[in-house]
Design a protein around this ligand. Structure first.
Ligand code: SF4
Ligand code: SF4
Ligand code: SF4
Length: 264
């Protein structure tokens, strides 16, 4: 494939570490158009077409997890099976087709309905900016009579949610994120897990008007997560205007009212 001088000059403006890849893609584009010379005009056409293609997505939804299920020591939950069920649920709800009709054009990244899950409260997978955020956590219980006052739990709790008093550990539930780190260090079993599940948040997004997802359930089982997700998807499909994100929809209808309806 021959490159005209003007096109070559433009190509040199592209950072060197992606230049080779861009060159190949431009040449493939030009070849597809039955030509064998890259002119400035062809290069600009290729740039526009490749940008548009990159912005497009096949599916109207995405489901992501974190590395927790594959061996992260911080993982509280292990959710590969649940993530597969969530993907199935979104497919069955016909979200891709639904969004295609709503946006009346090719689907782009910012149209996608996004579910993200972190297997512990560290939330590495940026769950708070997704439509549905799931965060693995536990509910902590105390048996202070077993405490030997070693102080290890107080030291390990990054949230300062556990304080050692004269009568044993005292928990501030509002501060506890449910990471379970204190249970691992307690030598006497004075701290225990009462329940394990997911904190569920809804409506996070970036874009022009970014906002973090808001908590709707503090600790839900897998069944409760799936049941809520079904309701959220049908609520989203019922009220959606022009493919707006869930957070924008809550903003328009009122968060409180929307959450009340979803919790029924
Ligand atoms: S969110 Fe937690 S479990 Fe997942 S990768 Fe990060 S630290 Fe590990
Ligand atoms: S579960 Fe985590 S946040 Fe809660 S008290 Fe224990 S160490 Fe602190
Ligand atoms: S780690 Fe266990 S034994 Fe030690 S102070 Fe905390 S609750 Fe008590």
């Amino acid at each position: 494939m021959r490159w005209e001088k003007e096109a070559e000059t433009l190509l040199k403006r592209i950072p060197f570490f992606v230049r080779g890849r861009v060159k190949k893609r431009v040449e493939a584009f030009v070849r597809e158009r039955g030509k064998n010379v890259v002119t400035k005009e062809e290069l600009l056409l290729a740039k526009k077409a490749l940008r548009e293609k990159e912005a497009q997505v096949e599916e109207g939804f995405s489901v992501e997890g974190c590395f927790g299920a594959t061996g992260c020591p911080n993982a509280v939950t292990s959710s590969l099976e649940m993530l597969a069920k969530i993907e199935e649920l979104l497919k069955e709800a016909g979200l891709t087709e639904f969004l295609r009709q709503k946006v009346k054009g090719p689907l782009k990244h910012h149209h996608q309905f996004r579910v993200a899950l972190s297997e512990c409260p560290n939330a590495c997978s940026q769950v708070q900016i997704k439509d549905v955020a799931l965060i693995g956590r536990i509910k902590l219980g105390l048996e202070p009579e077993k405490c030997v006052f070693c102080g290890e739990c107080e030291k390990v709790c990054e949230e300062r949610a556990l304080v050692l008093s004269e009568s044993g550990p005292v928990l501030n539930e509002d501060k506890c994120v449910g990471c379970g780190a204190c249970i691992k260090v307690c030598p006497e079993g004075a701290l225990l897990e009462l329940k394990r599940g997911y904190r569920v948040l809804l409506g996070g997004k970036l874009g022009r008007h970014p906002r973090l997802a808001q908590e709707i359930l503090p600790l839900a089982s897998e069944e409760e997560v799936l049941a809520l997700l079904k309701k959220v998807v049908s609520f989203y499909q019922k009220h959606n205007q022009q493919g707006e994100r869930l957070g924008a929809l809550f903003e328009r209808l009122g968060w409180e009212k929307a959450f009340e309806e979803l919790k029924k």
